[in-house]
Ligand binder design. Structure first.
Ligand SMILES: [Zn+2]
Length: 161
């Protein structure tokens, strides 16, 4: 079984576009990385958030959404390349292990997930990793752009919204 992506030449083994809110705004190479990450983990991962537009940001952050221009989840439609196509697509996702029945099982799966994500950085695959250990999810990105204030690579704690 493989899942072909709507607007890119990408076939994934482990994730279907239906698992993403905005699959068309996700970067294909990053999706391929996530697919490999899922295979290394050996257990299902549930995507809890992916690419966002400004409407999504306002829904999540309310009046504070303007404070988050640096969110790796946010796709900036005004940034286009010379051919008029988006300059970049989103290389960020929130996720967590799926199907853990006990505290111990969940913690072991989270440790495995974080281990392999850090491995991607140490192997040079995600040079610009952003790894957030949030209260109810793990955030992963590999994303920099001109003028971005948020620094990478980084690991930081967070509170799930
Ligand atoms: Zn996130």
């Amino acid at each position: 079984m493989s899942y072909r992506w709507p607007n890119q030449d990408v076939n994934l083994r482990n994730f279907s576009p239906a698992e993403f809110d905005r699959p068309e705004l996700m970067d294909g190479l990053f999706l391929t990385d996530l697919d490999d990450l899922r295979s290394l983990c050996g257990f299902a991962l549930r995507i809890t958030d992916d690419a966002r537009n400004n409407v999504d940001m306002a829904r999540i952050y309310g009046d504070e959404h303007a404070k988050w221009p640096d969110s790796a989840h946010l796709w900036h439609p005004e940034r286009t390349g010379p051919d008029g196509l988006p300059e970049y697509l989103v290389r960020a996702v929130d996720l967590k292990p799926a199907g853990a029945q006990t505290f111990e099982e969940r913690e072991e799966k989270e440790l495995t997930l974080v281990h392999h994500a850090i491995g991607f950085h140490l192997d040079g695959r995600w040079k610009n990793i952003g790894l957030e250990l949030a209260t109810r999810h793990i955030h992963l990105d590999d994303f920099v752009w001109d003028g971005r204030r948020a620094r990478r690579p980084t690991i930081f704690p967070g509170v799930s919204r």
